[in-house]
Write a protein that binds this ligand. Structure first.
Ligand SMILES: Nc1ncnc2c1ncn2[C@@H]1O[C@H](COP(=O)(O)OP(=O)(O)OP(=O)(O)O)[C@@H](O)[C@H]1O
Length: 400
């Protein structure tokens, strides 16, 4: 009885605290002011104007009009500050918590559950389309997502966001840059791609795997008939790329003669994927040895050509690197790879080199393996799938 009275008292005290407490909306208003996201003009202060909020299953979104003189980038730069500030006083019992309270239920358990939910980190995602939308997620994005093949055609899994599963269609966006600091998930992602395409397109897909990290990453696939070449040195990579370049000439000639614009129109089902890991090992810009520089220059010319015209001819380029400096990531290649998947990077600058000016998200990703920014005409923060070697071996056996 005494316990019930005490716990009941605690609930009442929580409700009282709530009356004095603040909602996320009020906190956001306060945080915007405190971190300078308002404009002073002619002695007046212009703050973000709250328009509306919507409560969804996993998040609440708050929509604001940005004051004149500020841009979305000003808000985006402060995303982490906003998130941290929102979480710093996230342990108060709110009115909505109390509404869920079952007066006949187990008080102790219910209070423990509320406390537990308060320890969960809220995450903030912002977007802009004439108005600023701040989504406050109740739960962080999962830090592990197991691979399973739920793609069709030339789609491959990119990962999960907080709300949906994202795929990449290589028939729509033909080439991709994959970047990220060492050990954050590039090779695992490349294995996701190869395995998915082996399962879904065993008759139509073929690969050239340029593995300049010693040839170990892709070795597991070496017995698959779909793997046309695996190279691990710049010299043999050049030989293979020269062959690909002449094959592209042949396809081009065939399309021209038959008045087709591309392989889709010609109903040619085959697609050849050229996957490069690690691109820096093939970059002439940072090579000191004269002969090797010459070889790498020639490789770069062919890779640029594949990125520029290979798409229509059925060739797909996936260029992976852990050092995305401008001397490594050739401008032509980057410009023609319309999809980017970028894992954690060490600086804002590196993130901007891969994702574009002002897009520093890859630097600010949490230290979670497999967490990345997927950028096409839209940007998503994703947790990429983790694929196990046993699974890959099963697939490799099945396609041999
Ligand atoms: N999507 C993921 N989910 C969970 N863990 C992952 C994921 N991707 C990678 N990891 C973990 O991180 C380790 C390193 O990943 P991976 O080999 O893909 O790194 P990398 O970026 O290719 O590194 P490097 O540039 O050094 O080759 C993996 O062995 C795995 O344990």
């Amino acid at each position: 009885m005494l316990v019930e009275v005490l716990v009941g008292g605690a609930v009442w005290a929580g409700a009282e605290a709530m009356k004095r407490g603040v909602t996320d909306k009020q906190k956001l208003d306060r945080i915007f002011r405190k971190c300078g996201l308002y404009v002073k003009y002619k002695g007046k202060e212009d703050t973000p104007k709250f328009i509306r909020s919507n409560q969804k299953e996993s998040y609440t979104e708050y929509v604001y009009r940005i004051p004149e003189g500020l841009g979305f980038r000003d808000f985006e730069k402060k995303r982490e500050v906003i998130e941290d500030s929102l979480n710093s006083s996230n342990n108060q019992i709110s009115l909505s918590d109390l509404k869920k309270f079952d007066i006949k239920g187990d008080y102790k358990k219910q209070i423990n559950d509320i406390k537990k939910s308060k320890r969960q980190q809220k995450e903030v995602v912002m977007s802009y389309d004439k108005l600023l939308t701040v989504k406050v997620f109740n739960q962080p994005l999962t830090d592990y997502f197991t691979y399973s093949n739920n793609c069709k055609g030339w789609n491959v899994p990119i990962g999960v966001t907080r709300t949906k599963f994202i795929k990449h269609d290589f028939e729509k966006i033909m080439h991709m840059v994959v970047a990220g600091t060492t050990r954050y998930g590039k090779s695992i992602f490349l294995k996701n791609v190869i395995t998915t395409l082996l399962i879904n397109q065993p008759k139509n897909v073929s690969f050239t795997l340029i593995d300049l990290k010693g040839g170990l990453t892709f070795n597991r696939y070496s017995q698959c008939p779909q793997i046309q070449n695996i190279t691990s040195e710049p010299e043999d990579s050049l030989e293979v790329l020269q062959i690909i370049s002449s094959q592209m000439d042949e396809v081009m000639e065939y399309l021209k003669q038959n008045n087709y614009e591309n392989v889709q129109e010609a109903k040619i089902p085959n697609r050849h994927f050229i996957i490069i890991d690690e691109g820096a090992e093939l970059a002439p810009g940072i090579e000191k040895d004269k002969d090797l520089k010459d070889i790498k220059n020639k490789c770069e010319v062919i890779l640029s050509r594949i990125a520029r015209i290979g798409g229509a001819l059925g060739y797909r380029l996936i260029y992976a690197t852990q050092t995305p400096y401008s001397e490594v990531l050739n401008h032509n290649i980057k410009q023609n790879c319309d999809a980017k998947l970028c894992f954690k990077l060490q600086t804002d600058k590196a993130s901007e080199v891969v994702l574009g000016e002002g897009i520093t998200d890859a630097h600010h990703l949490p230290f979670i393996k497999g967490r990345g920014v997927y950028l096409t005409d839209r940007k998503h923060i994703v947790q990429t799938p983790m694929i196990e070697n046993d699974y890959i071996e099963g697939v490799v056996k099945s396609v041999q």
